[in-house]
Design a protein around this ligand. Structure first.
Ligand SMILES: [Cu+2]
Length: 115
């Protein structure tokens, strides 16, 4: 990889896209938050890929059903029960596949892939 070429490309990005630069800086500090909606007894999206340091926020959009987010591989670590319009968030700092399901409804499954 010729370093001159990548330097040149980087310079172009810096010059042309301050908004993109801001986005990259935002990600570099691990402050990107991704949304997962809980609706119709489903996690949407069921599979989500994020970067190490990112945060995932689960929001319950049901009319009257409460849910939770439970990670069986981590000793059953579970969020508090989320009632309609409540949310819960977790930051992921280690790469891996984090399978989870809803505590009261184990058939509701999801996975967070941390790269
Ligand atoms: Cu549930």
């Amino acid at each position: 990889m010729p370093s001159g070429a990548s330097l040149f490309t980087g310079w172009l990005v810096l010059k042309r896209a301050p908004a993109l630069l801001a986005l990259v800086a935002f990600s570099a500090f691990g402050q990107t938050t991704h949304d997962v909606v809980i609706e119709g007894y489903q996690f949407v999206p069921a599979e989500l890929t994020i970067r190490s340091g990112d945060t995932v926020k689960w929001s319950n959009h049901e009319k009257r059903t409460s849910h939770s987010v439970l990670f069986p591989a981590e000793g059953g670590q579970e969020s508090e029960r989320l009632f309609p319009d409540e949310s819960w968030q977790r930051q992921f700092n280690q790469p891996g596949r984090y399978l989870y399901h809803c505590g009261p409804h184990p058939e509701m499954k999801g996975v967070i892939v941390v790269e």
